[in-house]
Design a protein around this ligand. Structure first.
Ligand SMILES: C[S@@+](CC[C@H](N)C(=O)[O-])C[C@H]1O[C@@H](n2cnc3c(N)ncnc32)[C@H](O)[C@@H]1O
Length: 429
């Protein structure tokens, strides 16, 4: 079972923040700023309201590998809120203030972590937030507190249920599937950022403890006892079991859209998933854009285009005996993605002679691709310039689009080209 190496006592030595956790914090900060900026799309808006839940919040401060004091996730979240507000005021050239009605609920089962966090918050100037209830601290187990937290989100935002759950569990069994299901069934606009330590799970699981893992997490039928039998494991079992667990976790979460990206820490700490789960494709797109800005630490296993991970990923794409080159969200990965899309888009459109709406084409593939909507749009525009794809409006008339596509633009293979692409028997008919 995973052990918790984090211990806080005010005035005592701080736990070390490893480099990959630093990167995780940068991603969280960037994502939150983008998230707030998308929430305040209009300069006329004068308020946004949401609840952020840091379900495994820790003690609020660390020491980095280089010996510097570093903020923990609650401070990262609060600073991101301030940075986003400043950017909204400047970028929208506002004269009128905007109210960020954000409540931060922090939960940790370790009483000394919460006590330490209280000191850190006061020390960092957030004492007023504690006094007004804008920041709440709770000692306890996240999944036992989840129902009350969901009720609080519903009380604050009855229609939207707008909320972000940061669930940075240390291992893999502290956020059971039924809890994720409750979040997504009760809160229309909830998002979850979930850490799942896949390598330590695979090291731990064996024939005798699979059933216990299933009972604790609700992740049934993803792993069989035979999968865990050291004598029966064929080549690639680790990758196969990962894919199966990934499917079970994402499909069983109640969310509709996910980012299938992994973190591969240096120094051999084992891969973990940093999954973003939501019910809106746009939210996934904002998270995918943040991943592209933090390349080198985030990898995914799969091809570059639209068929990256999804169900067939394990057997076809990766094999631990001949591991593929990691896809690292860098320039090379961006070029590979574009090249793959330039082949895959016309091939997919050839199967739909009436064409497919721009938005539908992307959203249908969003869970199995590392590309963002903007990257997809650029690839389509390149194909339009090459006359490999044409764009038509609602009424079927051709559109001469050069710079920007709209959600309801229909993409199709140019009529003459599609005749050439048809098999000879059909094109003669
Ligand atoms: C990896 S640390 C998270 C740190 C924090 N998210 C950050 O980035 O600064 C994990 C924290 O989760 C707490 N924890 C472990 N199991 C928990 C549970 N079931 N419910 C709530 N907190 C838990 C531990 O006490 C520890 O402080």
């Amino acid at each position: 079972m995973p052990v918790n190496h984090y211990e806080w006592s005010w005035g005592g030595p701080l736990p070390e923040l490893l480099r990959h956790s630093e990167v995780k914090h940068s991603l969280l900060r960037d994502y939150l700023v983008d998230y707030f900026l998308t929430l305040v799309a209009s300069p006329r808006q004068d308020k946004i309201q949401l609840t952020v839940v840091d379900g495994f919040c820790g003690g609020g401060r660390y020491i980095s590998e280089a010996g510097l004091e570093m903020p923990g996730s609650p401070i990262v979240i609060l600073k991101a809120i301030e940075a986003a507000k400043t950017r909204v005021m400047v970028e929208q050239q506002r004269r009128k203030d905007i109210t960020f009605d954000v409540k931060l609920i922090c939960i940790d089962k370790d009483r000394s972590a919460i006590a330490h966090l209280r000191h850190v918050l006061e020390h960092e100037g957030y004492g007023k937030h504690l006094a007004t209830g804008a920041v709440e601290l709770h000692v306890g187990d996240f999944s036992s507190k989840a129902e009350a937290v969901i009720a609080e989100v519903q009380r604050r935002s009855p229609r939207s249920g707008r909320s972000l759950f940061v669930l940075d569990q240390y291992g893999y069994n502290q956020v059971p599937l039924p809890v994720l299901n409750q979040i997504f069934s009760k809160l229309r606009q909830a998002e979850v950022v979930l850490t799942f330590n896949i390598d330590s799970l695979l090291n731990y699981l064996n024939q005798t403890n699979v059933a216990r893992f299933e009972r604790k997490t609700g992740m049934t039928d993803a792993v069989s006892a035979a999968d865990m039998d050291k004598h029966q494991r064929g080549p690639g079992w680790r990758v196969r079991v990962q894919a199966s667990l990934y499917q079970r976790l994402t499909q069983g979460s109640g969310a509709t859209y996910f980012t299938p990206f992994f973190v591969r820490p240096d120094k051999g700490h084992g891969d973990f998933w940093l999954l973003h789960l939501s019910k809106h494709w746009k939210a996934r797109d904002v998270m995918a854009s943040a991943h592209w800005r933090h390349h080198n630490h985030f990898v995914h296993y799969g091809a570059a285009g639209f068929d990256m991970f999804s169900t067939g990923y394990a057997a076809r794409i990766d094999d631990e005996d001949s591991p593929q080159v990691a896809f690292e969200f860098d320039d090379a990965a961006s070029k590979a993605s574009r090249n793959a899309m330039l082949d895959q888009i016309p091939a997919a459109l050839a199967a739909s002679p009436d064409g497919v709406r721009f938005k539908d084409f992307f959203v249908d593939r969003v869970n199995s691709t590392p590309v963002t909507e903007a990257m997809f749009e650029q690839a389509v525009l390149a194909l339009v310039r090459e006359r490999e794809v044409e764009v038509v409006g609602d009424n079927g008339s051709l559109r001469h689009v050069r710079t920007a596509l709209q959600a309801d633009h229909v993409l199709r293979i140019p009529q003459q080209r599609s005749l050439i692409l048809l098999p000879p028997s059909l094109s003669r008919a």
